[in-house]
Design a binder for this molecule. Sequence first.
Ligand SMILES: [Zn+2]
Length: 267
Amino acid sequence: MKWLFLILFVFSISCSNESNESIAKEFSEYKWVDLSYDFSDKTLYWPTANGFKLDTAFHGVTPAGFYYEAYNYCAAEHGGTHLDAPAHFAKGKWSADQIPLEKLAGDAVVIDVSEKALKDADYLVTVADIEAWEKTNGKLADDIILLFKTGYGSFYPDAKKYLGTDERGPDAVAKLHFPAIHPDAAAWLVKNRKIKAVGLDVASVDYGQSKDFKTHQVLYEQNIPGFENVANLDKLPIKGAYVIALPMKIKGGSGGPLRIVALIPGK
Ligand SMILES: [Zn+2]
């Protein structure tokens, strides 16, 4: 879809009065897919993280006679559909507010490992999985957003099935079982391909049983952000979607709630 934005850009220079109209028209050729879960008391968080809390500040008819509602919310950065800023595991790298916008939008590729991952909750995506995709679909293009579909999205928000445990607190961490990306595959990607960001339909880029969070370290050291608990990956084509992932702009944040959406061809 890069050509589309190039055409729109050129068009906007030559015909600036009509550019808004033409962008809307171009967008109407595509369908929006929401890749975010909503935030509620069902939202899944790491066993040691604070969950999402919504307190009612006011809800109803005011003494002045008009209707009004407003809430206060509170949550950990890392829960539900969210961004991992590189600073989360790499000192001095981008925090949530520092990630350039162009890193948060781009052509997306989906690598489906669900067949293996659904049989093994400790499955780790290998270099061979990526090479198998490339054998069929061609080399991963530069500047893509790379998404891994493990199939675990279909379990959300059932914590026991999705995370391996529905227990909370420090002792629950050892009971986490869900698939993710092998550190060697992350290292291979960093060395051999040029990706903007990585996302997947589980709670972490490292698998549930990880002790050193090596995949986090390898990716974030290279300023490659992560998108975790991405929803609806089964609604995306393996190629041809355009993803826009806009996190809450927390100054100095190590991550945050993420609204991630995709545009796919067809109305
Ligand atoms: Zn995270």
